[in-house]
Design a protein around this ligand. Structure first.
Ligand code: T5A
Length: 209
């Protein structure tokens, strides 16, 4: 597989989607074939699972149901979209991937990391990101950005308390420390342009090898 797989991770509202699009444009302008996708989602089945797992009316969802739904969405996404795009030599920019499961379901919900690893291994079918950008932002700030954009409405995960989102943030930072070769932390408090410059620098450094 000759493609490049870049994932964007971090707390809700940290600016991943915005920066994924800016990076996609930057790489397209330089002649790369870019596929922009997201998790949960990216395929018809995975988008249907997204609706289910983020629906705030399913407050009774058990933690293990949640992790299996994210994994099911990922298995389909990897098989149907990510592997074919990598085989075609494209650059895939994916808004969230395996680190979100460890951060949210592991650090956030307290599910055993070994179980998460097992479930993730099954879902990813051997496909791992080449580069992961971890957008770091105080969760309160990210949630404020989201509430402002969505006029106060939040999905099931965004609706968790601040303490949950603090654990998630610490989880992302711990993952970045443990896998410093793959994961690069981006200071997401800065302006759109400043964050974009950091992203470009990190991606260019990776591409230059
Ligand atoms: N999840 C996901 C799990 O629990 N386990 C898993 O395995 C996976 C894959 C997915 C949810 O599912 C959870 C995590 C999530 O809670 P989502 O909607 O895909 O939900 O994820 P979010 O992170 O919530 O996506 P958002 O689109 O809401 O946040 P982004 O992408 O980080 O931020 P973005 O770019 O949309 O920006 C948010 C707002 O901030 C503004 C933007 O204009 C926008 O209004 N903004 C800035 N404002 C000021 N300064 C900047 N630098 C800004 N950058 C963006």
């Amino acid at each position: 597989m000759t493609g490049i797989f870049i994932t964007m991770e971090g707390p809700d509202g940290a600016g991943k989607t915005t920066q994924a699009k800016l990076l996609g444009q930057y790489l397209t302008d330089r002649g790369r074939q870019v596929v922009f996708t997201r998790e949960p989602g990216g395929t018809r089945i995975s988008e249907a699972i997204r609706q289910l797992v983020l629906d705030p009316t399913y407050g009774e969802m058990a933690d293990k149901t949640e992790i299996l739904l994210y994994a099911a969405a990922r298995a389909q996404h990897v098989r149907e979209l990510i592997i074919p795009a990598l085989e075609e030599g494209k650059v895939i920019i994916c808004d969230r991937f395996i680190d979100s499961t460890l951060a949210y379901q592991g650090y956030g919900r307290g599910i055993d990391p070994a179980l998460i690893k097992t479930v993730n291994e099954m879902a990813i079918q051997g496909v791992k990101p080449h580069l992961t950008l971890v957008f770091d932002l105080e969760p309160g700030e990210g949630l404020e950005r989201i509430k402002e954009r969505q006029k106060g409405e939040v999905d099931r995960l965004e609706g968790e308390g601040l303490a949950f989102h603090q654990r998630v943030r610490q989880g992302f930072l711990a993952i970045a420390r443990e896998e410093e070769q793959r994961c690069k932390v981006v200071d997401a408090r800065k302006s759109l342009e400043q964050v974009h410059r950091q992203v470009v620098q990190l991606v260019e450094a990776y591409l230059k090898g």
